[in-house]
Design a protein around this ligand. Sequence first.
Ligand code: F6R
Length: 255
Amino acid sequence: MRVFIHPDRTSAGAAAAEEIITAFTTRPDGVLGVATGSSPEPLYAALRAAHTAGTFSLAQARAFALDEYVGIPADHEQSYRNVLRRELVGAERTGLTEENLHTPDGLADDPNAAADAHDRAIRDAGGVDLQILGIGSNGHIGFNEPLGSFSSRSHVGELAESTRHDNARFFGNDIDAVPTHCITQGLGTIREARRLVMVADGENKAEAIRQMVEGPVAALCPASILQLHPDVMVFVDEAAASRLEHRDLLAAVAR
Ligand code: F6R
């Protein structure tokens, strides 16, 4: 795991974006795994800027979301499909097309079948070439909350109370408005991505980052499973890095 510490979230996001720009310039029809939430916002802004500058395009790429809320109306501005549309879809953004944006169907009559279908679609696409990740303050990736299986496939999950609390800011600070369930790629699914690029910022991520990077591989911190992946880059700001105790060793690994 290579960790890159930046002064702020904008430069961390821009550096992470360079990885995606290089990867999709080399392979324009690759498969990108996309996260939502506030962490990737600077990264997506940098991708849009590169698209505007004519140096990057997702026009030929396919994108698969990490997760989606269950039961949230299709026109809700916080449905992850709508968030990803606003961030990435269209010639005025990154060139990603609507039909090449794949999100789990959180409104399916059978959400378990929708989760299976998402997993199958990722496999049928040949797997994810590069997966963008954020991290929850409790160490979740996707919505794989602590103590779940390290080898889970995409599934219906229940959001931890702390996650609903963290995400209430997207729902008018009303925790009761935050969905209770989601469809998420499983940890086993996420681990199959060929490359993983994580972005994290802010003091409230510092403990999760420490556990992920320097702690044991443990179900209490689902992101710690990434220690077992051969190609993980983590772009953090100073605040999210503030509890790391081995910066010298991390710098050597990152070189
Ligand atoms: C979102 C996702 C989550 C978020 C995490 C951090 O698709 O999978 O794991 O990355 O909850 O959220 P933010 O970035 O809003 O702090």
